[in-house]
Design a binder for this molecule. Structure first.
Ligand code: NAD
Length: 483
């Protein structure tokens, strides 16, 4: 059985408590590795190691930090086949998705922030007469905590640690206990990439134990968190009064607003992808499909016909497009929501049940059919709560204002997609939709320089490009007279 370890002060270490957690392969339901069940003592050791490394790392030349990140990126590329297989085994996602998205993007995150920090500039303000010069000195914060979820494990892990390290901070990272494998692999190559001991540390374990200890630690000056809204609220409460910098990337209940004048085929094909990619377990997935009255039936029927052709398969099979849900509790949560939808009077247009095992290897795996529901009002819990699985609902709207109101009738505000060929309407709707991201006639197209994050219960703060580098630095205003 594979045994994962923490990386603390440059050493791969066992948990101080001697306790371990089992790690399950979602496609088979079988335990295939174990991970440290770290506690506050492990976190404290990691924070101390990071503090010891901070003076050296924070004063190292930018080029040296960038070079470490680039070498790490090259190591991801060199080990990409192993990482693709590991991500699929650990998460249940198809290898085709890990190959196309997760692993290349993890490499790109490291390379992107290596370049971004070299181009990162701060402001100077020179009033008329130039009697004084004010400039902004952006300093690394110190030791920062990076906590990531299970849905895009290495992709979101690197999205946080790369800007933190590039900006000169030392990091204690806690990957999801549900998908720890690729973060562990990456941690094994930190020294080879050139990071001095203690600059980058990984502590594995449960959220309410290792995660909580990291968030509470007085030596951790900033916390960058991606995960569920309830956990984010708990972290905000925990850190209130501790004056830490906090970045929260949380859940979503994303609308796709489909107007009658859309490019029909493109809207159907992309909505299938935006609904069911990664088994619907992407925070940016569409989950409420809002369709203009006059095309409601034709759009619905086209969507359902395509969804019925998606057959969940063994994630390790190269031809599989939909894999397994991440865990038994998560599969059960998704099926419970489908049960509630039925009780609330939803019509199940396709799916609605667990999917049969694709082969003998996967008889105990966590497969769910892509599910499309209609007939529920906007206030129904199914239309309000995040399900985070392959389940979408259809609702109709009669006017532009009605569509926007329906889209905004949510506690969340992460990502919206808008489908129309009327350019003016597209911009008008985008400006009125309450979301951190609006995709017009496309989905999941990313430029890493753009601000990324949500409004309302979807989060506080922005990641990406200079936003991330600003988060991971503390600005000091310096003023000096010129005479
Ligand atoms: P989660 O909140 O259960 O866990 C996320 C991470 O937080 C894990 O590493 C977990 O161990 C840790 N954690 C849990 N309790 C903690 C505590 N008390 N203190 C510190 N850390 C703690 O979320 P999840 O189930 O892993 O991920 C799914 C959620 O993440 C969904 O809601 C999804 O929408 C959201 N998500 C958001 C984004 C985004 O960018 N907005 C991206 C991906 C996923």
């Amino acid at each position: 059985m594979m045994e994962l370890q923490n990386l603390i002060g440059g050493e791969m270490t066992n948990p101080k408590s001697g306790a371990w957690l089992e790690n399950v392969e979602p496609a088979t339901g079988q335990v295939f590795s174990r991970i440290p069940r770290s506690n506050a003592a492990d976190v404290d050791a990691a924070v101390q190691a990071a503090h010891a490394a901070f003076p050296g790392w924070s004063s190292s030349p930018l080029e040296e930090r960038a070079a470490c990140l680039r070498r790490w990126g090259a190591l991801i590329a060199r080990h990409s086949e192993a990482l693709i297989a590991a991500e699929s085994q650990d998460n249940g996602k198809p290898v085709s998705l890990a190959r196309a998205v997760d692993i290349p993007r993890a490499q790109k995150n490291l390379e992107f922030f290596a370049g971004a920090v070299e181009h990162f500039a701060s402001e100077a303000h020179i009033p008329g007469g130039a009697e004084f010069i004010h400039y902004t000195h952006r300093k690394p914060i110190g030791v920062v905590g990076c906590i990531s979820p299970w849905n895009l494990p290495l992709y979101l892990f690197t999205w946080k640690i790369a800007p933190a390290l590039a900006a000169g901070n030392c990091v204690v990272a806690k990957p999801s206990e549900v998908t720890p494998l690729t973060a562990w692999m990456l941690s094994q190559w930190a020294a080879e990439a050139g990071f001095p001991a203690g600059v980058f540390n990984v502590v594995h374990g449960l959220g309410h134990e290792a995660g909580q200890a990291l968030v509470e630690h007085q030596g951790v000056k900033a916390v960058s968190f991606t995960g569920g809204t309830q956990t984010g609220a708990h972290i905000a409460r925990t850190t209130a009064g501790m004056f830490k910098k906090l970045s929260l990337e949380l859940g979503g209940k994303n609308p796709a607003i489909v107007f009658a004048d859309c490019n029909f085929d493109k809207a159907v094909a992309t909505t299938i992808r935006s609904s069911f990619a990664n088994q619907g377990q992407i925070c940016l997935c569409s989950s409420r499909i809002l369709i203009e009255d006059s095309i409601y039936e034709t759009f619905r029927d086209a969507l359902v016909a395509k969804a019925k052709r998606i057959v969940p398969g063994d994630p390790s099979d190269a031809s599989t497009k939909m894999g397994a849900l991440v865990s038994a509790p998560h599969r059960d949560k998704v099926l419970k929501y489908i049960g509630i939808a039925k009780e609330q009077g939803a019509r199940i247009l396709c799916g609605g049940v667990a999917a049969p095992a694709p082969n003998d290897r996967c008889t105990s795996g966590y497969f769910v059919q892509p599910t499309i529901l209609e007939g529920l009002g906007p206030d129904s819990s199914i239309n309000q709560e995040e399900i985070f699985g392959p389940v979408i609902t259809l609702q109709r709207f009669s006017s532009e204002a009605d569509g926007i109101a329906l889209a905004n009738d949510s506690a969340y505000g992460l990502a919206a997609t808008i489908w129309t060929t009327d350019a003016a309407k597209a911009h008008r709707v985008a400006s009125q939709v309450e979301s951190g991201i609006a995709w017009i006639n496309c989905w999941l197209v990313r430029d890493l320089r753009t601000p990324f994050g949500g409004v309302k219960s979807s989060g506080v703060g922005r990641e990406g490009g200079v936003e991330a580098l600003r988060f991971f630095t503390e600005p000091q205003s310096v003023c000096i007279p010129t005479r």
